[in-house]
Ligand binder design. Structure first.
Ligand code: AMP
Ligand code: GLY
Length: 420
């Protein structure tokens, strides 16, 4: 089969490497891809948000199956366009992608269907939001309604910070139109767990759980990033927690989306917090996580393409979804200074025979791989236990090089402490 993957980061590289293991996978394209993905797929110079051009390319190339990975094209309706043009596609349609596209929608959905989440209020009027902040409990969390590259969430430790956060979003428009509506919600505590799941709108199959490390620096210090590393499985996601999540969160969410006439198919990502009062939803994403995918898919023993095709046919219940009884660790190697200012254009050297997922990189005219973004590489290793996976990942990190490389030294440390 001729495949097209939309997107151009480490997550897409991991998806491509997994798809290529399928005997059904033939030629594989990636739009736009990147300089590292080019080693595994034919990169096409079309931006992920240019959804009409993606549809036109898919039709022209007679693509048999398309996977739309990033949030933006999903929320914009890429899947609707592709399916209307007769292209079989993996991912939710626009009506279902709103579960990530609007925090107000997802919060209202959870309230209506009794799915556990932080208590909240929604505001479109700044004065009302400011008035609310004057009386609410502190700390409090202020969130922009729409997509904001993962930056639209401000945790406010003081009332002053909260008032400032409201003004930043609603007056200064720091996140553009995403801040026209805001959600102010209760601050929850507890370990965080990411659970990606496959669903065809009837069956939901959770993948192996994982733990992201969102802050830039060791000890969970510094700014929030897209994710600096991951481990899987997440030790806080015990069998009991998993059972509780299936009963009180996963199945009710699939059911709620069906009842709203917004059947979700594809990968639904549950961002959970295991609070003292049980697991609660922090956020939904309508897609695979990045860098969660870089630890989850290397543990998948079944055929990813077959699973995706079965989802398309509404027969996920017939698919084999099996994960290895092993552990994985991904260390993100970034450009020093990320997520703020950083230099790029440095030559990357790395071994060719390892699970290294390339994100921010491009090829020079003479074929050298150069850094071209904040998160540059995701280095994944697996092991029989968590400690082994972490040690192997850091060994492999030593074999990759570029001038201003920066990575956290403590990916998996908290998970290891939890195991003990
Ligand atoms: P999000 O972009 O929604 O994933 O939020 C980014 C991060 O902010 C999450 O991974 C959590 O660490 C934190 N966060 C979001 N909402 C809450 C909340 N209600 N209570 C505590 N932390 C939160
Ligand atoms: N790693 C978090 C996300 O993909 O949203």
């Amino acid at each position: 089969m001729k495949i097209l993957v939309v997107g151009g980061g480490g997550r897409e590289h991991a998806i491509i490497k997994a798809l290529k293991k399928s005997p059904m996978c033939g030629e594989i394209f990636c739009a736009p891809g990147n300089g590292g993905i080019a080693a595994d797929a034919t990169c096409v110079n079309i931006g992920a948000k240019d959804i009409e051009a993606i549809r036109d390319f898919a039709v022209k190339e007679s693509i048999d199956f398309c996977v739309v990975a990033p949030d933006d094209p999903l929320v914009m309706g890429a899947v609707d366009l592709l399916k209307e043009a007769g292209i079989k596609t993996f991912g939710p349609d626009k009506k279902a992608a709103i579960i990530e596209g609007s925090k107000a929608f997802s919060k209202d959905l959870m309230k209506k269907y009794g799915i556990p989440t932080a208590a909240y209020e929604t505001f479109t009027d700044m004065e009302e939001a400011l008035k609310y902040v004057e009386t609410c409990d502190i700390p409090i969390v202020v969130k922009a309604d729409g997509l904001a590259l993962g930056k639209g969430v401000l945790i406010c430790e003081t009332r002053e910070d909260a008032l400032k956060a409201v003004r930043t979003m609603m007056e200064d428009k720091a996140f553009g139109a995403s801040g026209d509506k805001i959600v102010i919600e209760e601050f929850l505590t507890g370990p965080e767990v990411s659970v990606l799941s496959f669903t065809d709108g009837k069956t939901v199959v959770p993948m192996v759980s994982s733990m992201d490390h969102k802050r830039a620096h060791d000890g969970d210090k510094g700014l929030n990033t897209g994710g600096m590393g991951t481990v899987a499985p997440n030790p806080y996601y015990t069998k009991e927690v998993a059972e509780e999540c299936m009963k009180s969160i996963f199945l009710p969410t699939i059911d709620a989306m069906n009842k709203e006439g917004r059947t979700f198919t594809g990968c639904l990502y549950f961002g959970l917090m295991i609070t003292p009062k049980g697991p609660k939803v922090i956020e939904y994403n309508c897609r695979f996580g990045d860098p969660e995918t870089q630890v989850v898919l290397p543990l998948l023993e079944s055929d990813l393409l077959d699973i995706m095709l079965k989802i398309y046919d509404g027969k996920l219940d017939e698919a084999e979804v099996k994960f290895a009884d092993k552990h994985a660790c991904c260390v993100v190697v970034a450009s020093d200074g990320y997520p703020e200012k950083y230099e790029k254009g440095f030559e990357i050297t790395m071994p060719a025979d390892k699970n290294i997922y390339v994100a921010g990189a491009k090829l020079s005219e003479d074929g050298k791989l150069l850094t071209n973004g904040g998160r540059v590489l995701g280095v994944t290793e697996t092991g029989d236990n968590l400690k082994e996976a972490i040690e192997k990942a850091y060994e492999t990190v030593k074999t990759v090089n570029f001038a201003n490389a920066y990575y956290r030294k403590d990916i998996g440390k908290r998970a290891l402490e939890a195991v003990k």
